[in-house]
Design a binder for this molecule. Structure first.
Ligand code: 5GP
Ligand code: MN
Length: 342
């Protein structure tokens, strides 16, 4: 946490007061971003279990269509909190959103969130556009789960094995298994407390990071084989890019989420500061992932293209052919500012 931020501290205090004052039999709606990753699901479900422990009896959690939890996260505790967005309470008494940097990422749940008397927004993206009535945004937090764990602690909720597992998955996912720069001593200390409470690092790693269908490995080989390196892109800092199409997924019988981990291989290319992976969403629509090793503010590039994220990990939705989307990225990278090294 950024302990120096008095605004965040005041908002956390206000959020805890509001939750503590809410009737325990009121309806609570939790929502996280579309195509939820480990942090979106883990922070939301862990917090939802915490609210139950606090005494709330009607807690519902949801995310926009496609309403499907990716296979690696189907072991998460608290999945019974999930409801289809079409069945989510339309007028909840309290709403809380997780890991969404802009309202658009909450899709069709926006109406219900806005109709709640209080909407507490938890996030950690520097590109957060500011929404909800109580805004808990900590751009220095490694994961939204760090903010969620802080809020639960202020409510005096004891973290049990189930909550700990949710938050641990969230933090392990968003720190790239404790490898990214956001892995501070505070994050490691929180992870240690979660392990003490019952989270199992080995089991989580096997399930979330180290298990995939054989066909997904073959698809990875094909995608890597067509990856391209452009050392002159991004003003000479270099770009490595790859893409997969809907037809590729169909050929290997794989769901879209298997592509998420491909970036972890693509971005290791030593000759490129920036990595770009273009993933299919629908015909003519792509989810584009951007990463930098440290020399480029890819969040600025993503924001310029209608998306958001963090300085070194960001994304946006692209339209047209995969090659066109890559062309747009290359173009924006050439105009992007190099990160100033202080
Ligand atoms: P990923 O590439 O792993 O999907 O996302 C990297 C980061 O960028 C995450 O923090 C994610 O929330 C953010 N991000 C990815 N796609 C989008 C998008 O379309 N819009 C916004 N606002 N953020 C995105
Ligand atoms: Mn996150």
């Amino acid at each position: 946490m950024r302990y120096g931020s008095s605004t965040l501290d005041a908002e956390l205090f206000l959020a805890a007061e509001t939750i503590a004052a809410a009737p325990r039999d009121g309806t609570v709606l939790l929502a996280c971003h579309v195509n939820p990753d480990g942090d979106a699901l883990g922070s939301m479900l862990g917090f939802g279990l915490g609210l139950r422990r606090f005494g709330f009896t009607s807690v519902y959690a949801s995310f926009p269509e496609p309403f499907e939890v990716a296979e690696p996260f189907r072991f998460l505790p608290g999945l019974d909190l999930l409801v289809d967005p079409g069945k989510a309470p339309a007028r909840p008494d309290l709403a809380v959103s997780f890991d969404a940097a802009s309202p658009g990422r909450l899709g069709e749940l926006i109406g219900a969130l806005e109709s709640a008397p209080t909407w507490i927004m938890l996030d950690h993206h520097g590109s957060n556009t500011g929404f909800g009535s109580i805004r808990l945004v900590d751009p220095d937090a490694a994961a939204t789960a760090v903010v969620a764990a802080d809020l639960l602690a202020r409510l005096g909720v004891v973290v049990d094995r189930e909550i700990a597992t949710c938050f641990y998955v969230a933090i392990a996912t968003d720190t790239g298994s404790f490898k990214f720069d956001a892995t501070t001593s505070e994050v490691l200390a929180l992870a240690a407390r979660l392990v003490e409470a019952g989270a199992e690092p080995g089991d989580v790693a096997r399930r979330v990071f180290d298990t995939r269908p054989f066909a997904a490995i073959q698809l990875l080989a094909e995608v890597l084989n067509r990856a391209e390196l452009d050392p002159s892109a991004a003003d000479g800092r270099g770009l490595v890019s790859a893409y997969a199409t809907m037809a590729d997924l169909e050929r290997y019988g794989q769901p879209i989420h298997v592509l998420e981990s491909f970036m972890d291989v693509v971005r290791t290319a030593a000759e490129a500061d920036v990595a770009c992976l273009v993933k299919p969403v629908a015909p003519g629509q792509w989810a584009v992932s951007l990463r930098s090793k440290g020399g480029t503010d890819v969040a600025a590039v993503a924001v310029a293209l209608g998306g958001g994220g963090h300085r070194l990990a960001a994304g946006f939705t692209g339209y047209g052919e995969a090659a066109e989307v890559l062309g747009t990225v290359r173009d924006k990278l050439d105009r992007s500012e190099k990160i100033r090294v202080d």
